[in-house]
Design a binder for this molecule. Structure first.
Ligand code: NOJ
Length: 502
């Protein structure tokens, strides 16, 4: 990481977990899953990262626990209406809400024995159990953030990690957490952002109190400065409300992540983001990939706007060479923008999605809950190739939890480090220049373009030309090329190429 030149590392959940949802089903918020190591290992990782000048951000998952968490085990053992059940969202009847992973968002608990006084000869000895809300898998019951006890207990979770020296938190489902407890009908998909009615469990006003609470708690640990970044999957105009001065520092820029490889659309989202985030005094963020989305090198291998949401062996396959070429150009476009850029592990190697995973290997709960209609996110979560000739491509001993595609060997880190034309070298060089030229801050000034399919802008002393069209572009004869996503192209900018020059 330090050799790559990033400033910080975000670790996805490493806490004790039954691993139903890639660790996002947590049974102990203050530990390390034995599958991955120990708390002492984590402490050592923090020390080493800090020695190398890297900050470490850990994942905070406050929307739900695992059903194996002691709080939920206690809730099930306790009676309806008890303080233990009040930590979660229990009801006698389900509503029409739908889970993000498919199916109903409600799960019924086993029948409950009746109190002896309640029984009569004409009544059964057991009554149907209550239902609990799970916006994700049934193994991930949603916490009740209206409960002061949940708020107070969760403060201790933040303190635990801040005391250990983490530099910040990525907040999972940061636009969720608070639900409308009048339970209005909402049969629509939780993933349908185009719906006119706001889902009663996303982007509720009360969620901002939580972010303010966590901001003031984490600020009390400064120095060193701690940061909060929210997974806030809402439109830009709503997202900026989460980064007001007393809330989160950053949110992931979902609209940017969802933008196809199209110059007009990209320019529009860059403009909207810079002006909207600037309006509240926050830095915009830029992100082309994460562990929930189709990898960028695969997404860009389809005609703009036509990439499927998920790709499996029976789907139309991407044009891999085109996807990789565009992914290289997209990386230089993103790393030239002012604000913070987030790189998903493996994108710096140019990895594509594992697009031919066998159904039997799939682990994402969304695959099972939708009977395979949603292929799930396993294809972007395959273990990274470190060493081309080592067992499991150097990922470690034992069978990895997902098989690596054959194509990954040629993209192994050890091969790429030695290759001046590799994707890894491109990222390393771009990050080095981004730091030395201070491209993360400052203004962006658009230049008049030869065509609407070319994005051209100044970032201080650096000029950026991204050719997203089909015709070649030539730079002036006196242009000094600092970095090109096409190492052979020089002052010539072929289609799907980005050049930094002056
Ligand atoms: C968002 C995470 O990024 C995703 O991987 C997870 O499944 C859900 N939140 C539920 O925690």
């Amino acid at each position: 990481m330090a050799a790559l030149g990033v400033d910080a590392v975000w670790l996805s959940p490493f806490y004790p977990s039954p691993q139903v949802d890639g660790g996002y089903d947590i049974s102990d918020f203050c530990g390390v899953d034995p599958l991955l190591g120990t708390l002492a290992d984590l402490d050592a990782l923090l020390v080493r990262a800090h020695e190398l000048g890297l900050r470490v951000v850990v994942d905070l998952v406050p929307n739900h626990t695992s059903s194996a968490h002691p709080w939920f085990v206690e809730a099930l053992a306790a009676a309806p209406g008890s303080p233990e059940r009040d930590r979660y969202i229990f009801r006698d009847e389900p509503t029409d809400w739908v889970s993000v992973f498919g199916g109903s968002a409600w799960t019924q608990v086993p029948d409950e024995p009746m109190e002896s006084g309640e029984r009569s000869d004409r009544q059964p000895l057991r009554r149907a159990g209550q239902w609990y809300l799970n916006l994700f898998d049934s193994a991930q019951p949603d916490l009740n953030w209206a409960s002061p006890r949940v708020r107070a207990d969760y403060d201790d979770v933040l303190r635990f990690w801040l005391d250990r020296g983490v530099d910040g938190f990525r907040i999972d489902v940061g636009h969720g957490l608070v639900k409308d407890l009048t339970f209005p009908s909402f049969p629509g998909s939780p993933l349908d952002s185009g719906s006119k009615q706001r889902a009663p469990y996303w982007d509720q006003e009360g969620v901002h109190d939580l972010h303010r609470r966590w901001r003031s708690l984490s600020d009390s640990y400064s120095p060193p400065a701690r940061m909060l970044c929210g997974e806030v999957n809402v439109s830009v105009d709503r997202a900026v409300r989460y980064v007001r001065p007393d809330e989160l520092h950053q949110v992931f820029n979902w609209p940017f992540l969802m933008t196809p490889w199209d110059a007009v659309a990209l320019r529009a989202v860059v403009d909207t983001s810079i002006s909207a985030y600037g309006g509240v005094g926050a830095a915009p963020t830029w992100v082309f990939g994460n562990h929930d989305m189709l990898r960028m090198a695969t997404r860009f291998g389809y005609p703009a706007g036509q990439a499927p949401r998920r790709v499996g062996p029976r789907s139309p396959q991407p044009d891999e060479a085109l996807g990789l070429r565009r992914a290289r150009a997209a990386a230089l476009l993103m790393l030239a923008l002012p604000g913070s850029a987030y790189v998903y592990q493996g994108d710096e190697l140019g990895l594509g999605e594992h697009t031919t995973l066998a159904d039997a290997d799939r682990q994402d709960p969304a695959f099972a809950r939708t009977a395979g209609e949603d292929l799930g996110r396993d294809g972007c979560r395959v273990p990274l190739p470190w060493e081309a000739d080592a067992p499991n491509l150097g990922f470690g001993a034992g069978r990895p939890w997902l098989p690596q595609p054959e194509a990954y060997a040629a993209l192994a880190r050890d091969r790429q480090r030695a290759d001046p034309t590799s994707v890894l070298t491109l990222y390393t060089e771009a990050l080095r220049l981004r730091r030395s030229l201070d491209l993360g801050s400052g203004e962006l000034a658009w230049l008049s373009e030869p065509a609407a399919t070319v994005l051209a802008f100044d970032r201080g002393s650096v000029r950026v030309t991204a050719n997203i069209g089909d015709a070649d572009v030539e730079l002036p004869p006196d242009a000094e090329v600092l970095l090109s996503s096409d190492p052979d192209a020089g002052r010539h900018v072929p289609p799907d190429t980005t050049v930094w020059w002056r």
